[in-house]
Design a protein around this ligand. Structure first.
Ligand code: 8YV
Length: 320
């Protein structure tokens, strides 16, 4: 019987589906594995299904791993050293597509929350500090008709562009390693900008949709933050490491940008203490894919990948 480990709690329907594929070990306490527990898991199981909270660097691998597949629950795989897995003949899969809309929705949520000062307003009401309507109260910025710069133009970046352009009437420009096809540009309403710095300078809001990892580490640093308009908003639903969090705190404090909406952080679940005091930052606990439908579908996608692997077929979402 194939020994399968789910490192965290999954929605019940998805856990049941995984149990049809082998002898499944669940994590009812939902505590993240330590590095030592992960090393042991790689030695004891045929299949490990990690999440973003499981670090899998080269050093964690035991000498004689039993694991043949890492079926990640999530699309981002920056927490897994893919070369180290590959070197050991281990197949790695992820769960694209099913979380695209949910993550794009969270980016839009953050954009509007920051622009319309929704976090501040909510805190004020709950604190009993609201003194009533007045013309000068908590004036934010209209996003309709403004320019949003999208950095990274995969499925989530494209979905966000569509929602911002066709939903909010925003002008969308994007920068990515590869320019999208004319069909995709037409269908998303997005215009390619070959210069990242130019995109950053002209945008009223910048939304990050690139992968994490070394190639994008601190892509948004103090210099790029300084290039942004003083009225601009930064939204990060990608990976915390894409933004230099300390530099962002400085920029927000100095008012060199207007605000930031963050769903991801450099050292999750730790949040830079400077961010906690800032009214112009909206902070969410990595909720990008957190809808009931999406989290079940992510599990089903893992199951589909694993089923293919167990049959000796190529899994749909192989990343290594
Ligand atoms: C997931 C995400 O919930 O899929 C991703 O890459 O960032 C999240 O939406 C998380 O990664 C689960 O592993």
């Amino acid at each position: 019987m194939t020994r399968i480990l789910l490192t965290r709690r999954w929605p019940e329907a998805a856990e049941r589906r995984m149990a049809e594929l082998g002898e499944v070990t669940l994590n009812p306490g939902d505590q993240p594995l330590t590095a030592a527990q992960m090393r042991q898991a790689l030695a004891d199981y045929d299949v490990v299904c990690p999440t973003v909270t499981d670090a899998l660097p080269a050093e964690v691998w035991p000498d004689n791993p039993r694991v043949r597949a890492l079926c990640n629950y999530g699309v981002g795989v920056n927490h897994i050293d893919l070369a180290a897995a590959k070197a050991r003949g281990v197949v790695v899969t992820n769960t694209p597509d099913v979380l695209t809309e949910a993550t794009a929705e969270i980016a839009l949520t953050l954009l509007l929350m920051v622009a319309r000062r929704a976090g501040e307003g909510e805190r004020e009401v709950r604190a009993g500090a609201w003194t009533g309507w007045r013309p000068t109260h908590l004036q934010g910025q209209l996003m309709t008709g403004k320019t949003v710069g999208v950095i990274g133009f995969g499925r989530i970046g494209q979905s966000f562009a569509r929602k911002a352009h066709f939903g909010l009437g925003m002008k969308v420009i994007y920068n990515a390693r590869n320019r999208a096809s004319p069909e995709v540009e037409a269908e998303t309403g997005a215009v390619y900008e070959s210069s990242l710095d130019e995109l950053i300078e002209v945008s009223d809001a910048v939304s990050l949709h690139c992968p994490g990892g070394a190639a994008t580490h601190h892509l948004i640093d103090a210099t790029r933050l300084a290039r942004m308009k003083s009225t601009a908003i930064l939204v990060n639903t990608a990976r915390g490491t894409v933004v230099d969090e300390a530099a962002l705190v400085d920029a927000l404090k100095a008012g060199s940008i207007a605000g930031a909406g963050l769903d991801v952080f450099e050292a999750e679940p730790k949040v830079h203490p400077g961010l906690l005091d800032l009214d112009n930052a909206v902070l969410l606990p990595h909720l990008g894919s957190a809808t009931v439908e999406t989290r079940v579908e992510m599990g089903m996608r893992v199951a589909a990948n694993l089923e293919a692997i167990l049959k000796g077929e190529a899994p749909g979402d192989r990343v290594a």
